[in-house]
Ligand binder design. Structure first.
Ligand SMILES: [Zn+2]
Length: 259
């Protein structure tokens, strides 16, 4: 059985620890900071099996040099060793990483999802998706290096995964994302219910992740740019008739940037 544990870092990042029950090693996703990872390993008496990096931003990859120095033989997977020199195993879409040491011979599938950055990669382990800063719970990442079209297509790829896919993204942004989504989609009853649930969780600082893809289909406005509700909200905001999902997405992302 696989357990996935959030290790909080910085203000609102999550470093994810993947643990197969009975194994003495864990895999780590996006160690922006080495110290919380080292503390976690030591306090649980675990070894570091490998590291997955979704993209080159410092708050996702900044802990790598220290971890590499301390645990020198750890395999580090990521898309672009030019930007992240600690990567020992460069990967591209379609590759898979075998976790043969673990029960059931698990494999991690690689998906290229550019937009937030050009090297952005997602890792899929059974129904657990590690998608960094591309798809957030009820939102999506800013487009720093790619184009709106690139980001739209990356999100469309993730949207096509099975309904029960669990979304392990890189930040605790769920509540502010829902507040923005309510401006776009105020009549959405499922979104209103999600607000109540997430607001209660955040009252105690609890982690709101993972989210479930089927909930994102119903509440995340960035995955709903093909709906009349989101298109008419964006039309009203921009004073331009929006009936194309990609143009709606680009204008919605711009609206969020300004909000
Ligand atoms: Zn980022």
């Amino acid at each position: 059985m696989i357990e996935i544990i959030p290790i909080p870092a910085f203000k609102d990042n999550y470093i994810w620890a993947i643990h197969s029950k009975g194994s003495r090693s864990i895999w780590i996703v996006d160690p922006g900071d080495a110290l919380p990872v080292i503390r976690y390993l030591e306090s649980h008496q675990l070894q570091l099996g490998g590291i997955l990096v979704t993209h080159h931003h410092w708050d996702h990859a900044g802990g790598l040099p220290d971890l590499q120095e301390r645990y020198p033989n750890t395999p580090i997977y990521g898309a672009d060793p030019k930007q992240v020199p600690s990567i020992t195993h460069p990967i591209t879409e379609g590759d898979s990483i075998s976790l043969s040491a673990w029960e059931g011979e698990l494999a991690i599938q690689i998906m290229a999802i550019p937009g937030h950055t050009l090297d952005h990669t997602a890792y899929l382990l059974n129904d657990a998706l590690f998608c960094g800063d591309t798809l957030f719970a009820c939102g999506c990442g800013r487009i720093f290096e790619g184009t709106p079209s690139m980001m739209f297509h990356s999100l469309s790829k993730l949207k096509q995964l099975p309904a029960h896919t669990r979304i392990y993204c890189g930040h605790e942004y769920t509540l502010p994302n829902i507040l923005f989504a309510l401006k776009v989609d105020p009549q959405n009853v499922v979104l209103q219910q999600r607000y109540e649930k997430v607001h209660a969780l955040r009252q105690t600082n609890a982690c709101t992740l993972p989210s479930i893809l089927s909930d994102e289909w119903l509440t995340n406005p960035f995955l709903r740019c093909d709906t009349i509700d989101v298109q008419s909200a964006v039309s009203a905001k921009t004073q331009h008739k929006m009936d194309d999902p990609l143009l709606t997405f680009a204008a919605l992302r711009e609206w969020k940037n300004q909000s």
